[in-house]
Design a protein around this ligand. Structure first.
Ligand code: 5GP
Ligand code: ZN
Length: 113
């Protein structure tokens, strides 16, 4: 999709530190990490958010989660990591190409009470 940052990363037009690839997904380090491990897993095909991806390509949706687990394990956090899909600007989504945040390596707690 034109003018999509993560499509440009998938195509290689914008550089990123890629840590894992599969047939349908790409995983790369977040530019502004919020934890010692902060990786984004994206489908190679453009979908705006997690629900669109699940509806349009369920296998890629499942592969996103499998890739996230593989990345966490490869980085030494097999048992303790957080997966996040921000959906909608009001919830903090800034890039409208589905991406699964993989966060680990600090006390993540839970949304502050
Ligand atoms: P969102 O806020 O949409 O859930 O997450 C977007 C994420 O993309 C943010 O955590 C932000 O730091 C990351 N990001 C924005 N631009 C770039 C970039 O050019 N390269 C990489 N690797 N990450 C980016
Ligand atoms: Zn895209």
């Amino acid at each position: 999709m034109a003018d999509c940052l993560f499509c440009a990363i998938v195509s290689g037009d914008v550089p990123a530190e890629v840590v894992h690839t599969t047939e349908r997904t790409l995983a790369f380090r977040d530019l502004n990490p919020q934890a010692p491990l902060h990786v984004l897993v994206v489908p190679r095909d453009h979908h705006a958010n997690a629900a669109d991806l699940a509806a349009g390509d369920p296998e890629a949706s499942a592969e996103l989660v499998r890739t996230a687990a593989a990345v966490a394990a490869a980085e030494g956090y097999a048992d303790d990591y957080r997966l996040v899909f921000n959906t909608g600007a009001g919830a903090g989504q800034t890039v409208f190409h589905t991406h699964l945040h993989v966060l680990a390596g600090r006390d993540l707690g839970w949304p502050p009470g």
